[in-house]
Design a protein around this ligand. Sequence first.
Ligand code: UDP
Ligand code: MG
Length: 139
Amino acid sequence: MATNRTFTMIKPDAVKNNYIGAILDKINGAGFKIKAMKYTKLTEEAAGEFYAVHKERPFYGELVEFMSSGPIVAAILEKDNAVDDFRTLIGATNPAESAEGTIRKLYAESIGANAVHGSDSDENANIEGSFFFSNLERF
Ligand code: UDP
Ligand code: MG
């Protein structure tokens, strides 16, 4: 399993607010290479499956509704130490607690509508990338 890849989504709030270009610029500027990318929209069912690990959390219903509310950009990114470095680049889940200059600090609306997703482990990066992309769609 690749340890130098992570998976991201530009979430519906950031797409709606026209931040796709700014966020991709931050991602490339931080040294990540795009290995796969698509503009798509999750059904409620697909969002529920993607976030199934959070099924028991109180925010699950709201999260599924939000993530299926509009189009997203899904991408696989490559860099040394990709998972950890990308979590640093995006900042804390709650933008009110995110470090200055992070993607969530700059572009997120709230703890729920927080602009971007970033995988939390190599294992999940692989699972999440495979949720969106076939082997013919990653390079
Ligand atoms: N979330 C939320 N309320 C919370 C915590 C999380 O709406 O109190 C949403 C938010 O969009 C977050 C996602 O659920 O990005 C997944 O939560 P997780 O704890 O995995 O945060 P992340 O890994 O995205 O920082
Ligand atoms: Mg998470």
